[in-house]
Design a binder for this molecule. Structure first.
Ligand code: PMP
Ligand code: GLU
Length: 387
């Protein structure tokens, strides 16, 4: 039977390479194939039992109703406190909106600032959902290459009369690079000159291994034009709970809140109570997670750097590595999956500026990681023989 037409908004939307690869791995495993998963951005941590207990308690205490659309007062206050510690930026709890994951915080931010036909600059290589979320709002994403650094001249040249915002992400998915303060200052100066919003995605900022985390909202001029996307997913191994936030300049929250009111309404109260418990456990849990990810990055980077044709810098944050590989990255990722049963993502899935690289997400156990590195080393030896 013919079906009525679909809106181009969804019919023409690019699928998420990260989500689709995760689903492909899940299907292959269900069919009995052993795959070493280095493709998903899920940190692979079990949520701490004390966090689960907080949600259980909340459920038994009757937190099963609609709650405030903007989020619970306790979680908004806890996140405002956390932000003060992290970047020094002072947010009133009323300036923090609780969303189902950082992904919905991003969509809410863009819904609030993008008119049809507007242009938004997006980092490249950059997370796969920036462009599609901009398109869902009727806007046009304009890629800005920034593999190793943000070039202010290139940024200035990309700004047109239709540009309304720039999306920045630090630490970066997929490279795990931490944007230095000087680069953010240069972006802020241009944003001020052209009256642009900055949408700043800091969902990996709690997983810093070295150096200092810089953020545009740290200055009051920056805070006034920055929408901060954050999440508990990566910090606490809470990806499936769907818990994130959007912090906004004073006085704007009421407008953004309407997106929650008319869509998901609110994040479940028991999930938010789990979030409050997680933030209380920050010092107890997060240093251990950081150390785990750092050890894996150091191990895998040293194994990869020893292979001919592979260059693998050690980033300052997170759990990704973004080595350059010889040849076409799409072909390399496909061959690792088919021949080695190692799932990764080609750098070009994160935009043209990511070509020639592979994103590895170090979220497996150490034995599986060692197994994957052995397989990649063997693949490399075979490629040498064939070359
Ligand atoms: N931003 C970046 C850069 C990400 O990698 C992710 C991962 N999913 C998100 C935002 C959103 O995460 P979540 O919706 O789970 O909070
Ligand atoms: N952000 C993670 C990733 O890059 C999870 C999947 C997604 O939300 O895109 O793999």
């Amino acid at each position: 039977m013919p079906t009525p037409r679909l809106a181009s908004r969804v019919a023409g939307l690019k699928p998420s390479a990260t989500v689709e690869m995760t689903e492909r791995v899940r299907a292959a495993r269900a069919a009995g194939r052993r795959i070493i998963g280095l493709s998903s951005g899920d940190p692979g941590l079990d949520t701490d039992p004390r966090i689960i207990e907080a949600a259980n308690r909340a459920l038994h205490d009757g937190d099963t109703h609609y709650g405030p659309a903007a989020g619970s007062a306790a979680l908004r206050a806890a996140l405002a406190d956390r932000e003060r510690l992290r970047t020094g930026a002072a947010y009133a709890p009323e300036d923090v909106l609780i969303t189902p994951g950082g992904k919905f915080a991003l969509l809410t931010a863009l819904m609030g600032i993008v008119e049809p036909g507007d242009e938004v600059l997006v980092p490249e290589p950059g997370w796969v959902s920036y462009g599609p979320c901009i398109r869902l709002c009727g806007g046009t994403p304009v890629p800005l290459p920034m593999l190793d650094r943000i070039d202010p001249g290139q940024l200035a040249a990309a700004i047109t009369p239709r540009t309304v915002a720039i999306v920045l992400n630090s630490p970066v998915n997929p490279t795990a690079r931490v944007l230095p303060a000087a680069e953010l200052d240069a972006v802020l100066a241009l944003a001020e000159r052209h009256d642009l919003w900055i949408v700043f995605d800091q969902v990996y900022s709690d997983l810093l291994h070295a150096g200092r985390f810089a953020a545009p909202q740290a200055s009051s001029a920056g805070q006034a034009r920055t929408l901060v996307v954050d999440s508990l997913s990566k910090t606490f191994g809470m990806t499936g709970w769907r818990l994130g936030s959007l912090s906004m300049p004073a006085g704007t929250a009421r407008s953004f809140q309407r997106v929650m009111q008319h869509s998901v309404y609110c994040v479940p109260g028991f999930v938010q109570q789990a979030g409050v418990a997680a933030l209380r456990l920050f010092d107890d849990l997060v240093p251990g997670y950081r150390a785990l990810f750092r050890a894996r990055q150091e191990y895998a980077a040293s194994r990869l750097a020893a292979l001919p044709g592979i260059h693998c810098p050690l980033p300052d944050a997170g759990f990704y590595l973004f080595p350059s590989v010889p040849g076409d990255d799409g072909a390399v990722a496909a061959s690792w999956l088919d021949r080695l049963s190692v799932a990764s993502l080609p750098g070009s899935a994160f935009g043209a500026a990511g070509a020639g690289h592979i994103r590895l997400s170090l979220t497996t156990t150490q034995p599986d990681l060692e197994d994957a590195m052995d397989r990649i080393a063997q693949w490399s030896r075979q490629e040498q023989v064939l070359a």
